[in-house]
Design a protein around this ligand. Structure first.
Ligand code: HEM
Length: 174
């Protein structure tokens, strides 16, 4: 997995909680205390998933609440600053979603083993999109949190529902 995801996680835990909690998460996940994820490098998938699971446990959150907190932070604090150009390239949530696979492929192209998530989008009607999430990482709860934050970013009123592990329904109010 591209390191930015875990760099954002590290940053969120330290900014919203504190460094001690991050160190406890590292310990619970079997990492050295001086572990530093690097944004443009690959983090082994198993290690990334262990860190995410250890964070959910340590923060005493369910997957859903964690997905919302992480998605919110990752989009509105982390990506907003680091990946500004990607947001600026799209003018609203619909535009963004129509290009989401190209964007993830482009961002991970420099990795040795790129395996970006894929989203198949079906428009049930102009106000309703269903996203079929395809990734062996099974981070649908995070996808929901990221989508809700994306609506906030573009000041759009959207409702996001996780239908099941691989399907997300988005209702646009406008
Ligand atoms: C400017 C906004 C965004 C940027 C820059 C971005 C970038 C990235 C990057 C670099 C990764 C790591 C991918 C990998 O190594 O395979 C990732 C993962 C992910 N992204 Fe995005 N992303 C953005 C918005 C979104 C949104 C709105 C969604 C909602 C559907 C989303 C869903 C995911 C998911 C679920 C993953 C976890 C990896 C997986 O499931 O396989 N991203 N993103």
């Amino acid at each position: 997995m591209h390191g930015s995801f875990i760099v954002g996680l590290n940053e969120m835990i330290i900014n919203k909680f504190d460094k001690e909690i991050w160190l406890e998460i590292l310990e619970a996940a079997g990492f050295e205390p001086n572990y530093r994820p690097i944004s443009n490098q690959e983090v082994n998938d198993d290690e990334a998933l262990v860190l995410i699971k250890a964070s959910i446990k340590k923060l005493n959150l369910g997957e859903r609440a964690f997905g919302e907190m992480f998605g919110n932070y990752w989009i509105k604090s982390f990506a907003k600053e680091k990946y500004f150009a990607f947001f600026a390239a799209y003018k609203n949530v619909r535009d963004f979603l129509n290009d989401i696979n190209v964007m993830h492929s482009r961002l991970t192209a420099n990795l040795k083993n790129p395996l970006p998530p894929r989203f198949e989008i079906t428009w049930e009607n102009p106000q309703t999109a269903v996203l079929f999430y395809q990734s062996k990482r099974q981070l649908g709860h995070i996808a929901v949190g990221l989508l809700k934050a994306l609506g906030d970013y573009y000041h759009e009123e959207i409702s996001v529902f996780k239908v099941d592990a691989n399907q997300i329904r988005i209702l646009f109010k406008m």
